[in-house]
Write a protein that binds this ligand. Sequence first.
Ligand SMILES: Cc1cc2nc3c(=O)[nH]c(=O)nc-3n(C[C@H](O)[C@H](O)[C@H](O)COP(=O)(O)OP(=O)(O)OC[C@H]3O[C@@H](n4cnc5c(N)ncnc54)[C@H](O)[C@@H]3O)c2cc1C
Length: 417
Amino acid sequence: MRYSILTLATQALQKQQRWPQIIAPEKLKPHYDIIIVGAGGHGLATAYYLSHNHDINDVLVIDSSWIGGGNTARNTTIVRSDYLLPASFALKNFALQLWDSLSQALNFNLMYSPRGYLDLAHSDGELEHFMLRANAMCLGGASASILTNSQIAEKIPALNLDQQSRFPIRGALFQAEGGVVRHDAVAWGFARKSSEKGVHIQQNCAVNKLLTSNGRISGVSTHRGKISANSVLVAAAGGSERLMANAGVPLPMEPINVQAFVTEPIKPVLDHVVNYNAGLSYLSQSDKGELVMGGATDGYLSTARRGSFARLEDTMMRAAQIFPFISNLRLMRHWSGTADIPMDGNAIVGRTEIENLFVNCGWGYAGFKATPAVGWKLAELIADGKLPEMLKPFALSRFTDGALIDDAGIGPYPWLH
Ligand SMILES: Cc1cc2nc3c(=O)[nH]c(=O)nc-3n(C[C@H](O)[C@H](O)[C@H](O)COP(=O)(O)OP(=O)(O)OC[C@H]3O[C@@H](n4cnc5c(N)ncnc54)[C@H](O)[C@@H]3O)c2cc1C
């Protein structure tokens, strides 16, 4: 069924509405051409582009929980491409171009809202670094500008620009195309279109083990039995490390809790996405009026997906420094996800040493924005066997070659990235 205002009106006028199921319930087959482990944004995007760009539909996407139930529908929905290093910038900027027309392509409203992203600088040194980043972005074909405090005040009148505050604001890096995309719609949009083309999507079925034979992948073992495949892609975020290690491919990454928070709804007060950089607190206002906020990692290894008062207090304290009125608001919801963070803070994407076993994980708490671009490029790699230029820097081999992609310049401390 094509979603449109006409379909909505027709369904509304019918006595008994007949919306078809978004994904077709299919029986698991004993063999697929390609199995994708993980029905998050990245796994589903790859399935979608395999079917739509390459006409490869004999694909199973399999997940231990529900569609988008991992980090994809737990994130703060921010998309942007304000990265200094060319590898990071290229993928995220390609993604921004795809986000622009993806709702039409998927016939599913992803609510992409390019409302502008402001990264606040709190020292002259930081502002200088932002200028470097803005120049690199412009050279790469993106739009970026540096805002003075009076320009910031015009965009966000409620922001506290008091120069006597603890970490005064000295300016900002602004990307107009940055914004938010409705995260669960992304997962469901990709799932629906892939399913239409014959891709099977199996929820509530964990993969326990990757099966290999004679140095190549042969399938997966699940609690419902074995399923064979010609190729397997592991896109299981925090679940990837254990699966890959059991298959003899250890991944240099750590699972770390990251939290998000939502206040009660209020009148429109914040038209943009804003990032407070002294510590970390990033905010946007949802269509319902809630303020959506995220903070830094919890700082210790955990797969618990639980909140903690320390991070809650820290994130709120920082948010209240830039928007003092926040201290009067009630917090409505609070959740977390397991960020899968490699040693250099950047994702691991591409082939592995096992023939036809591919991996896409390690996106930590910054990988939602790259979802369509990585899906597109990975589908190209799996279908044509040729490694796209954009994916080359993200190879697992960079941890032995030394060509790390350390955007933050922090070093091998995943929790700090
Ligand atoms: C609180 C928070 C805020 C964030 N904010 C942002 C943001 O604003 N912008 C941004 O760009 N990024 C953000 N991120 C990061 C972003 O959400 C992730 O990088 C991205 O969603 C990763 O997508 P994915 O498909 O790789 O993983 P996931 O969505 O986690 O999908 C992986 C799937 O694999 C499944 N799985 C795991 N193990 C197995 C197994 N053994 N068998 C079968 N299935 C398995 C899981 O159930 C899960 O559904 C945030 C993350 C968090 C936690």
